[in-house]
Write a protein that binds this ligand. Structure first.
Ligand code: PMP
Ligand code: GLU
Length: 395
């Protein structure tokens, strides 16, 4: 009966990151010694002070449906966080709490896009953007960037991609998968282009904000007065607080977009989980310095993995400034045959190292850039050393 499925779902591409993680799990269950560097998930435990807030919430009897757009106390904590970290002023009616930043992004697409509306996605982009856009009837317009420009889109490239049908620009900074960060000046350059195109709404995904290695200061598009009214700032607690499974994300947005997301969410999931929301109040109100120890550790691992990868012929890396991924260009291997297997593209390469080296990564094809693979270094130093040694041995 699979032919009874909707065209929409038949055309939907599964999440490559989640699919690769599932494949790694399957192979591990079958007895293979797989090192998983595919999923963007901190290998730390959620900090104790956040866990304590969740336990307190259970004991205090939080069990009822939550307000669709989030507890008022959480919205106030988000407002405090936006002011403290980003100098952004939002009111309660501009905040919506969702089941992960992923749902927040889905809400935005469904709320803002009509059939045929174009959404500019600088490549590489986070894997789910293009399918979330397509599910809403939108048309992803991919803008290729180069490793030489640290995988960042220039104002001229943005200008060239805009058409009368352009409705939105979506990007993440720090970027998943490249680790690039747009400086305030670079964002200003993009904003200057957008001034000529007032119909374009910006989605600024800042979920890796706190995982920043100190070279380029975090900047928010909405902090420019002339962009505030048409930027949606997306954030969440999954990465910086090691809370991936707690599923809380949020937006600060122009009120009309926040209200639309709230309406949609009310018909689809209702408010996000009550215990997780209570815990996130504590996560956001405590100073971000309390989770700096994880960032420091990611920084050590970044140094290590870059050194190891740069020692493998045919691997070309940019220096990620944030997040916990490296995105090496491995196109030097295209057309070659390794251990009897022909490598035609990044997907072949990722599959090859999964099968031959037992290391799970993600093909760059999933991020709209087919010359690279994404390697997550949210893994232990031992795992990183072993994984890269195995890759080096089979290439
Ligand atoms: N945006 C980016 C750039 C991401 O890497 C992720 C992955 N978690 C998300 C959004 C979704 O985050 P969440 O887990 O909060 O849904
Ligand atoms: N965002 C993470 C990643 O890119 C988690 C998996 C997902 O949500 O796709 O690996």
């Amino acid at each position: 009966m699979s032919n009874q499925l909707s065209e929409r779902i038949k055309n939907l591409v599964p999440s490559a990151t989640l699919e690769m993680a599932a494949k790694a799990r399957e192979l591990r269950a079958a007895g293979k010694d797989i090192i998983g560097l595919s999923l963007g998930e901190p290998d730390f435990n959620t900090p104790d002070y956040i866990k304590a807030a969740a336990i307190q919430a259970v004991n205090d009897g939080y069990n009822s449906y939550t307000p669709v757009d989030g507890y008022v106390e959480l919205k106030d904590a988000i407002i405090t966080k936006f002011k403290r970290d980003n100098n952004l002023d939002y009111g309660r009616s501009q905040i919506v709490v969702s089941t992960g930043a992923k749902q927040a992004l889905y809400n935005i697409a469904q709320s803002c896009l009509d059939e045929g509306d174009e959404v500019i996605l600088p490549c590489p982009y986070w894997v789910s953007y293009s399918d979330i856009v397509k599910l809403a009837g939108g048309v992803p317009v991919e803008v290729a960037t180069s490793i030489e420009n640290d995988f960042k889109m220039t104002p001229a490239q943005l200008e060239a991609a805009i058409t009368p049908k352009t409705k939105m620009l979506w990007y993440s900074s720090p970027c998943n998968p490249s680790g690039s960060i747009y400086s305030k000046a670079e964002l200003r350059g993009l904003a200057d282009v957008l001034q000529k195109h007032p119909q374009v709404i910006v989605v600024s995904d800042e979920i890796y904000e706190h995982i920043n290695y100190g070279v380029t200061e975090h900047a928010s598009m909405a902090s420019f007065d002339d962009m505030y009214d048409r930027t949606v700032t997306v954030n969440g607690v999954a990465k910086a607080f090691a809370m991936t499974g707690w599923r809380i994300g949020y937006i600060g947005a122009p009120e009309y977009i926040a209200r639309a997301c709230n309406k949609l969410q009310g018909q689809v999931t209702s408010g996000a989980n009550c215990i997780a929301q209570r815990a996130v109040i504590t996560a956001l109100l405590e100073p971000p310095s309390r989770v700096q120890y994880m960032v420091d550790e990611f920084k050590n691992r970044r140094k290590l993995i870059l050194e190891l990868l740069n020692g493998i012929p045919g691997f070309k890396c940019n220096e990620p400034q944030g997040a916990f991924y490296v995105y090496p260009d491995i196109s030097a291997y295209f057309g070659k045959t390794l251990n009897g297997k022909k490598i035609n593209n990044a997907s072949d390469f990722a599959l090859y190292i999964l099968e031959e080296a037992n290391v799970a990564t993600v093909t760059g094809d999933a991020f709209g850039n087919g010359n690279s693979i994404r390697i997550s270094y949210a893994a232990s130093v031992e795992e990183i050393k072993e994984a890269i040694a195995r890759i080096a041995a089979v290439v």
